[in-house]
Design a protein around this ligand. Structure first.
Ligand code: AMP
Length: 499
């Protein structure tokens, strides 16, 4: 039996699945190209048997065909982030134990030759495939892939150490997707503009896989750019849009900078859509209100996480409350718990989640997996309260988890990298509230050594080692870090230093 996603695609074969600047591709094209990629991945084996296949491809048809090709060959897809520097890519490749890398030629350099000693592929004994290589014309017999098998590993930051690989099965993905399809009434007539990164759950599940499961059209931009997004919205043939609050802020700025006449066209484009969604970070009420004035849409805010898919959502029909994330989505159980157990309504507690969309495990990390669950419930580390029958997110339980532009980053992981700088003796990384980014990554540094540290050289040093959104945007040089009586750095006081 084929995977349900594939069987469904066969039913839509002549419909457009993906549109990019390279043109439009039907579901038949997607099925054909992904079967060619699966054949090439399989070489002469019958089934990849959950081998990890890392892929570094910009958002577009090739990305999707590769992801499907990996699944159809029985592999686990490990998407790499196009903006990650070499150390971060290497971490994901090594940690996932990938045996194959599929790369767009643009990334051949970073993957093959950045290391002075040897190429990354050679170092890790990887098979390296470029998307520009000719695909086989004879399609191999593809394996039967049971939905209980592992499908995807997404890397996400926890409070300690390096990011962990969140493993979801085909069944988990199916549950995450069908829950959203039911709640937001996706149909094959939908057309969504895809502007989100494709190494993160929001872009992969909520937008791409929901669209393809529904037989809808997914219009993919290879990267976000306010002007292009507005142009596409003005074209007026979209029905859905989903983004993080940072993107709505950027779109608001572009609208405000446009002429009156253009503003009118922009707003009319929005009015033609049936739904606009925000998530992955708290949506400030001012942003929600500004967007409503511009677009006529009261953004539907939802709450979710890489490990669980989406858990809470405001209703598609009915009243949406500003500052609230609604109720549990179909097939998802949510509860609030404190040290004493379940909390009564109106009392804050940790959000815990159960359901078929909850991930299988952290990749090769049974200890972390076990620690993340309490009596079968996944502990999110976020606190919320129920008021007026709706959940309100109060924030993360750890100050060491920062959400910036919708990305979850670990302050401790950034500190670990910063401490390896020869001029830095000590450091504390914190998130500072910001209307555009949700939180900005800020670092207080205690210096050592005689060499002066210029901010410019520090920034380029950090950029080589950290993804751009993890590079501190504001840096304070301090004599000492604030500490409590126990000698522990007090992060709330560090946050105050930046205000
Ligand atoms: P990620 O796994 O990168 O999607 O990050 C998940 C985290 O994003 C959650 O644990 C929350 O801390 C945060 N998050 C997601 N959606 C919302 C929301 N609507 N409001 C506030 N925080 C959110």
């Amino acid at each position: 039996m084929n995977l349900p996603l594939i069987i469904r695609a066969e039913e839509h074969s002549e419909k457009i699945a993906i549109t990019t600047t390279d043109g439009s591709f039907t579901y038949r094209d997607l099925l054909h190209t992904s079967s060619q990629i699966a054949t090439s991945l399989l070489q002469n084996t019958e089934d990849l048997q959950e081998e990890r296949v890392a892929f570094l491809i910009p958002p577009g048809f090739e990305y999707v065909a590769t992801q499907w090709g990996i699944w159809r060959a029985g592999g686990i897809a490990v998407p790499l982030c196009v903006s990650h520097p070499r150390p971060e890519l290497e971490y994901v490749i090594t940690n996932s134990g990938a045996s194959i890398i599929v790369a767009h030629p643009n990334f051949e350099g970073i993957l093959r030759s950045l290391s002075p000693q040897a190429s990354l592929a050679e170092e890790h004994n990887l098979r390296f495939i470029l998307t520009s290589e000719t695909l086989p014309s004879n399609i191999a017999r593809l394996p039967e892939v049971d939905i209980t098998r592992r499908a995807l590993i997404l890397y996400t930051s926890g409070t300690t150490g390096k990011p962990k690989g969140v493993v979801t099965t085909h069944q988990n993905i199916q549950a995450q997707v069908t829950s959203l399809i039911a709640a937001w009434e996706w149909t094959s007539s939908d057309r969504i503009l895809h502007i989100l990164p494709l190494h993160h759950i929001h872009g992969i599940i909520n937008v791409l896989t929901c669209a393809l499961w529904a037989g809808a059209e997914c219009h993919i931009l290879s990267k976000f750019d306010s002007e292009t997004v507005w142009r596409r919205i003005c074209d007026g043939n979209l029905t859905l849009f989903m983004a993080v609050p940072t993107i709505y802020v950027k779109l608001i700025t572009a609208w405000e900078n446009a002429s009156k006449e253009r503003q009118k066209t922009m707003s009319e484009g929005c009015a033609k859509m049936r739904l606009m969604v925000s998530g992955s970070a708290a949506l400030p009420v001012q942003v929600l209100e500004k967007w409503q004035n511009i677009s006529g849409h009261f953004l539907l805010e939802r709450y979710g996480m890489t490990e669980i898919g989406m858990a809470l959502s405001n209703p598609l029909h009915g009243e949406r409350l500003p500052g609230y994330v609604g109720k549990a989505l179909p097939e998802v159980e949510v509860r609030l718990v404190d040290e004493k157990g379940l909390v009564p309504t109106g009392t804050p507690g940790e959000i815990q989640v159960k359901g078929p969309g909850v991930f299988l495990e952290y990749w090769q990390n049974p200890e972390a997996t076990a620690k993340a669950f309490q009596d079968g419930w996944f502990c999110t580390g976020d606190t919320a309260v129920i008021e007026n029958g709706s959940y309100r997110i109060l924030g993360r339980m750890s100050v060491d988890i920062i959400k910036t532009g919708g990305y979850k980053v670990s302050a401790l992981e950034i500190e670990e990298v910063l401490r390896s700088h020869p001029n830095i003796q000590e450091c504390a990384v914190v998130g500072v509230a910001d209307i555009e980014w949700g939180e900005r990554v800020c670092a207080a540094l205690v210096l050592q050594g005689l060499q002066p540290l210029t901010l410019e050289s520090f920034r380029s040093w950090a950029k080589e080692r950290l993804a751009v959104y993890k590079v501190p945007t504001q840096i304070l040089i301090v004599e000492e870090l604030p500490r409590n009586a126990m000698g522990k750095v007090t992060k709330p006081t560090v946050v105050e230093l930046f205000k």
